[in-house]
Design a binder for this molecule. Sequence first.
Ligand code: ADP
Ligand code: ADP
Ligand code: ADP
Length: 214
Amino acid sequence: MRIVLVGPPGAGKGTQAHVLAKTLSIPHISTGDLFRANISQGTKLGLEAKAYMDAGRLVPDEVTIGMAKDRMLQEDAANGFLLDGFPRNLGQAKALDEILATEGIALDGVLDLEVPEDEVVKRIAGRRLCRTNGAHVFHVDYNAPKTEGVCDECGGELYQRSDDTEEAVRVRLEEYHSKTEPIIGYYQEQGLLVTISALGKVDEVTERAVAALK
Ligand code: ADP
Ligand code: ADP
Ligand code: ADP
């Protein structure tokens, strides 16, 4: 299966993608995680992306599309993938269509996670990520690790993202409305869009997602 996840920052895309990727045996490809890995490794790509990320703005397409393409064309993604956080604007959606066409493959669905803005603000405020594996996501209240500050899945150290500040989140939400939301209409026209509510427990949302993708 080839699936795209969309939804505002804090909707639970990463959390759901992590579970769905295991269930469906396909890699979870998160452009946010790829950027953060590049930043922690000090690569040129990471340096290019960092200022945009800290401000809550989208990283330019010239940087983002190549990185996403390289990851999608890796061997483990040959039979499917779950894209989390890509595409994030119409230019990226069109670039993705070109990549898929060149490879002779197509998307199976685009899952849109709907959640009110006051809820995403609460989710982001308490978000903690694992330094060892950025796909391990926790929340201080809603999805607390057994031991404070320690990842349940791998024992890594939990930290708060430098862009999970009130100001950067406000900008991310603006970027979402102005640049990312238009891709929802684009995928609706292609007959690929399925929308579910991302409210409720993580397990409940996963059940909805699995049912919607069938
Ligand atoms: P969230 O889901 O909280 O918005 P992400 O980890 O998906 O966080 O993204 C963090 C940041 O990484 C974004 O604010 C943006 O700067 C950058 N980023 C991630 N994916 C993309 C993308 N497809 N295009 C441009 N920038 C991106
Ligand atoms: P350096 O110039 O130090 O080699 P790069 O930024 O070129 O640093 O490469 C660091 C890592 O980031 C490499 O693994 C490379 O594959 C990846 N990378 C850099 N730029 C891009 C890009 N535009 N698209 C995809 N991956 C990239
Ligand atoms: P996104 O990738 O869309 O930005 P995340 O998966 O990182 O979102 O989730 C944002 C925060 O909300 C994390 O702290 C996560 O633990 C928490 N979260 C995810 N799903 C739920 C849920 N169904 N209920 C409550 N909190 C959730």
